[in-house]
Each structure stands twice: as C-alpha cells, then as structure tokens.
Design a binder for this molecule. Sequence first.
Ligand code: NAP
Length: 255
Amino acid sequence: MAAPPALPWRVVWITGASTGIGAEIARQLAARGITVAVSARSADKLSALAQANPRLKPYPLDVTDAEAVIATFAAIERDCGVVDLVLAAAGTYAPVQLDALSPAPFRSMYETNYLGVVNVLSAVLPAFRARRSGHLAWIASVAGYRGLPKAAAYGPTKAALINLAESLKPELEADGVRVSVINPSFVRTPLTAQNDFPMPFLMDADEAARRSIAGLAAGRFEVAYPIRFVALLKFARLLPYRLYFALIRRNVLRR
Ligand SMILES: NC(=O)c1ccc[n+]([C@@H]2O[C@H](COP(=O)([O-])OP(=O)(O)OC[C@H]3O[C@@H](n4cnc5c(N)ncnc54)[C@H](OP(=O)(O)O)[C@@H]3O)[C@@H](O)[C@H]2O)c1
C-alpha cells in the first residue's frame, strides 16, 4: 500500500485532545512524525496519551480561561517551536430539557464551545499574522447548519463558529493565515455516548480523524463528513420553514 502523503505541519496544537475526535487526530498526527501539543482539562488523560507516543506533549488547560490560553500557547512555542496548525476541538454538549430549562447550560456551552475558540484565536493570531503563516482550524458541527430539536444550547454555539470562520477567512487569508472549519456529523465519542436517539451515519472517531486531517492538509475551508449526510443537511438548509419544520416533525420528532 502507498504511504500517505507527507503532511504540511511540523508542530500542531490541539485543544480538546484528551478524548474523542481531538485525541484521535493527535494520535494520528504523532504517528506520522508530527509534534503535537495536546490540551484539555484532564491532565491524567493527556499524560496517558503522551506515554503512548513521546511526540505528544501534554499542556493541561481550561479553554474558558483566556489568560491561561495565552500562557499555554507561549509555553508550547517556547518548548516545541513555531506552531503551524492550531486545531480548537474542545467542546461540550448537553441536550436541552424543556421541563427544566435554565440559562446555566446555555452559558456553559457558549463559554466552552464558542468563547473557548475565541480565546485560542486571540492568543494565536498576533504571532500568525506577524509571521504571515499558520493554519487555524476549529470543530463546529453540522448541528450549526439549522436549528435542531434538543440542540437549542449547543446548535447556536456551532452556528456561531461557522459564521466566525466565514467572517475571518477573507481577511486572514490576505494576511497569509489559513482558516478552516470542521463540521462532523455523528461521531462515536464520549460526547455522543449519552444520546438516546438514532444517530444516522454514525462514524468512528478514527475515521473522523482521518477525514479531518486529509481535509486540513488539502487546505479546504470546510471539512464536513460524511458527505451523503452533509449533502442532505445542506439541502435541508435551502428549504422554506414550512417544509423544514414538517421534515423535522416527521423524521426527528416522529409526530
Ligand atoms: N461526536 C460528535 O458526533 C460531534 C459532531 C460534531 C461536532 N463535534 C465536536 O467535536 C469536538 C470534539 O468532540 P468529541 O465528540 O470528540 O467529544 P469528547 O470526546 O467529549 O471531547 C471533548 C474534548 O473537549 C475537552 N474539553 C471540554 N471542555 C473543555 C474546556 N473547558 N477546556 C479544555 N478542554 C475541554 C474534553 O476534555 P476535558 O473534559 O478533559 O477538558 C475533551 O478532550 C467538540 O467541539 C464537539 O462539539 C462532535
């Protein structure tokens, strides 16, 4: 079998790398000779990852702490050298329960999923723009394409991340900085393990990681998978509300 093509990065920083898609991307990149700084709150899980491959360097971090994000990026560049790719994958999900609706989960998902990425962006951008190089990517979701039942707190954070990427790409591209947004559908990880509903086109995390890496290495703006489900959801995005809500009632709520 032919060897996979060489990857365009020497040092990569991934947040949300202790489990799931982030951890799997980190493992696969390290296996291909790249130094990967891995961040998440669980220091024990990051150490366990690093024991499996010394190219994985643990930097425990809570992405909601903007000052800690700045300090962590500085420490990684000091220890590992210039970071070529930053992938902000840290995220959290909880379904919205209408019987017990409160602002707390909305605030917490917004702070981690959206402002966590903004914290990373703010820490990294001055260096990337000064060097006129670097690749910035974050994981949003197909749940950001349109409103979905149970996702009233999670979905808006992912829609915001897609919009953030669209807003920044043209100007940052002119500054020599690449921007990508990854929109997975359902992937088997601790985040989806709690779901009690059918997850169409459910994919394993190693396959999601392979597709993420291939898309980023090809320099694509949007990396979305699996393509058949993505195409369906993009089509649903074009439907007028009357038809969209009828589709959701019939296929998601099954009423
Ligand atoms: N699985 C899916 O079907 C799916 C689909 C679309 C998009 N996504 C997105 O993909 C990304 C990865 O999710 P996953 O499915 O791989 O879930 P996961 O296994 O639960 O991974 C989430 C990661 O984020 C970290 N994290 C959470 N809060 C954090 C914080 N405040 N600071 C730093 N790290 C934090 C977690 O580690 P600690 O708890 O140790 O901090 C963990 O490493 C998320 O952004 C998710 O929204 C997932």
